[in-house]
Design a protein around this ligand. Structure first.
Ligand code: ARG
Ligand code: ASP
Length: 686
């Protein structure tokens, strides 16, 4: 008996506690710290977030407008992902020095490269301001009146907290669909310089083939430095600026990770919808995702066909192909995950219990109100999504409308013309035109299609004939003609512009008003339903949907079972890179130096990436991954595709975030970049 009890206890302490769902607000971390500590965290709530002393939050930034970064030295050194720094690295690249291809390493401060427009934002503090924001609001007011109360109060709070001379920027953000409001005050630095980036064959190793997948071997990091004026305050770029001295920076742990280790991701997740009605989940999984996936499959196939036939086309379309493929792959995991988890059925079950409880309360009828609103909105919304994924993906039409807008405004068109033709391959666009216009005609209910579109289809007899005529007559297929255009030329009769304009007109008259009107009603109803869910389950810990504000996700290093009979181990190594290495496959062609280093021996077990259960989403890219002692062990950059439904429903069995092991960064900086001088300013702990 005693033995059994002992076994049970040991067993329980080995089995990881799997409830790692949640993106928590740092200011409320006091409510989570007990659970975090029970799972192995050794710091206090004040260490994580404090307004009185330096805390971990002071070492985390919103990088640009949609990624996260972290400080790792007393001299402003910052780490983020390669894919987050990509556009800046690209802008510094040219044929003579192609930093995307070859990598970039500043060998001293003087070689660091400024980046116009790039900012990093440190959270100074956050406060709940619900009462202040709703001051003056009376029950019975219309939604428009409520909006204006919220706006006036928020504007005032923002004004009071903004101080441009100190680089302070403020935002009031609605959480829980507007049941709560928080004021966020940031310090925004505007002089951020590029320090280092690995070659893309390391930083983007695996490319789109491996994107959203495990086993993963991407060295997805880049290094920047934040600069400040002499008083350590934000300033525009100036050669006189000095490295920023942060209140806090992460120490780096080289001790490594193993299954079951506590992990903590501190970053800026962009958008989730965990509390929506089952109808919306069903719409995503059964209508929206499948429709968009099918359309993108066609586009990707067409692009790939031409890309594999020509090296020049491959280069022209690699970035376009990557962006089409990123969401395409994510949606496949999302759709499958929602089905696998039976999220629609479990939400319906929840809604039945909720409705029962709601009888006689102010929440009675709210789920059927939402149900009706979605029923009214979704057919139109689906037509809108078709429009976005078909007509609006035809490059010639987008370009034509861009040129027209420039001419109308009297602005120069030269850069647009330049960038468009550089990466334009007309046979791809023509084939996509036929495929997309055909799909729109087939899949959007006839009564929802623009009448003009039906007329054209009837007139031409086939989409092919329409395409031949449009590309044959449009002046936009001829660069010289586009270059010769002046603002006084009347180009509205061009067939590309006619098509564009007809659809835009349809969108404005038939689509937008429905989306706008139901959207406003849904906002109000979802606010009520959210509050209802919180009142219905007062014992449950709710976290607000992601909205690019700073959050904490904690969990542990863990593998998973992607399908029956298989188990994915949570750590990948350099050995796996060598296994994938293939000079004939672009995504897997590694630098020769890496092959040589490996061949010399000693690096077989060099860790590269690891999996954990942290609940993350887009925007968490670049986030610090922290161990039980608050030290840096990795940089988050992706999730496994089987778990991407975590934006709607988190499954602890299968939702995994993918991080770069910090030791691989150190290896690449040293062995590939020969920039180990950077280690002098970092602090290491083991
Ligand atoms: N899937 C990751 C994210 O959503 C990484 C995307 C960049 N990498 C790529 N191969 N396209 O941002
Ligand atoms: N790759 C995403 C990003 O760039 C992260 C994710 O979706 O998990 O933020």
């Amino acid at each position: 008996m005693k033995k059994v009890f002992f076994l049970l206890v040991t067993f329980m302490s080995v089995i990881p506690a799997m409830a790692d769902e949640g993106m928590w607000l740092p200011a409320l971390i006091g409510q989570r710290i007990g659970d975090m500590q029970a799972k192995g965290f050794r710091l206090t709530a004040e260490d994580v977030y404090s307004v009185n002393q330096a805390s971990l939050k002071d070492a985390v930034v919103l990088f640009g407008g949609g990624c996260t970064g972290e400080l790792v030295s007393n001299e402003g050194l910052l780490l983020t992902n390669h894919h987050c720094g990509y556009s800046y690295i690209q802008r510094h690249s040219s044929v003579e020095h192609d930093y995307l291809k070859d990598g970039f390493w500043a060998m001293n401060r003087g070689e660091e490269l400024p980046n116009k427009g790039l900012t990093v934002s440190f959270l100074d503090h956050m406060d709940e301001v619900t009462e202040l924001v709703l001051k003056g609001y009376e029950p019975g007011m219309t939604e428009a009146q409520r909006d204006s109360v919220v706006k006036v109060n928020s504007d005032r709070l923002v004004r009071e907290s903004t101080d441009a001379s100190k680089g302070l920027r403020a935002d009031v953000e609605a959480l829980f669909y507007g049941n709560q409001y928080y004021l966020f005050v940031f310090k925004v630095f505007r002089d951020v310089r590029l320090v280092g980036a690995p070659p893309s064959s390391i930083g983007k190793f695996g490319g789109d083939t491996d994107n959203w997948m495990w086993p993963r071997h991407t060295g997805d990091f880049s290094i920047f430095r934040v600069y400040a004026d002499k008083d350590n305050n934000p300033a525009d770029y100036s050669p006189d600026n000095v490295p920023y001295r942060p209140k806090k920076f992460f120490k780096i742990s080289r001790a490594g990770v193993k299954e079951g280790d506590f992990t903590f991701v501190y970053g800026c997740p962009g958008s989730t919808q965990e509390y929506v009605l089952s109808d919306q989940v069903r719409y995503v999984a059964e209508q929206s995702d499948p429709a968009k996936i099918a359309l993108r499959t066609q586009r990707l196939d067409i692009q790939k066909k031409y890309m594999s036939a020509s090296q020049a086309v491959r280069i022209q379309y690699s970035s376009k192909n990557a962006s089409v493929s990123n969401a395409w792959k994510k949606w496949q995991g999302e759709e499958k995950g929602i089905r696998r988890m039976h999220t629609v059925a479990s939400k319906q079950d929840f809604e039945r219990r909720f409705d029962e409880w709601a009888k006689g309360t102010r929440y009675e009828g709210i789920t059927s109100e939402l149900h009706d609103l979605y029923a009214r909105r979704n057919p139109t919304y689906l037509a809108y999504e078709y429009y976005n994924e078909t007509v609006r993906t035809i490059e010639l039409l987008q370009f034509a409308s861009g040129i027209q807008a420039r001419l109308r405004a009297g602005n120069p068109t030269k850069d647009l013309v330049e960038s468009f033709y550089k990466d334009y391959y007309q046979p791809i666009d023509e084939e996509i035109f036929v495929a997309m216009i055909t799909s729109f005609g087939k899949n959007v209910p006839v009564e929802s299609q623009p009448a003009w579109f039906r007329e054209q289809l009837a007139r031409y007899g086939s989409v092919q004939a329409w395409k031949d005529d449009l590309y044959g007559r449009s002046l936009f297929t001829d660069r010289a003609k586009v270059e010769a255009l002046t603002p006084s030329d009347d180009i509205s009769g061009d067939p590309a512009l006619q098509l564009y304009a007809a659809f835009l007109d349809w969108y404005r008259k038939d689509i937008y008003p429905v989306i706008q009107e139901t959207g406003a009603a849904l906002r109000v109803a979802n606010r009520t339903y959210m509050q209802g869910q919180m009142d219905f389950e007062p014992q449950r810990d709710f976290y607000p949907d992601a909205n690019l504000t700073l959050r904490i996700a904690y969990g542990q290093v863990a593998g998973y079972e992607p399908y029956d009979g298989a188990y994915y181990h949570p750590v990948s190594t350099l050995k796996g890179i060598i296994e994938k290495d293939n000079p004939d496959i672009f995504d897997y062609n590694i630098p020769q130096t890496l092959r040589d280093i490996y061949a010399r021996g000693g690096f077989e077990n060099q860790p590269v990436c690891f999996l954990a259960t942290n609940h993350t989403t887009g925007g968490n890219s670049g986030s610090p991954v922290i161990n039980a002692d608050g030290n840096l062990i990795g940089i988050n950059f992706d999730r496994v595709w089987e778990g991407t439904m975590s934006d709607i429903a988190y499954d602890p069995e299968i939702c995994r975030n993918i991080s770069l092991d910090i030791r691989y960064l150190l290896f690449v900086v040293d062995q590939i970049g020969h920039a180990s001088y950077l280690f002098d300013e970092m602090s290491f702990v083991d």
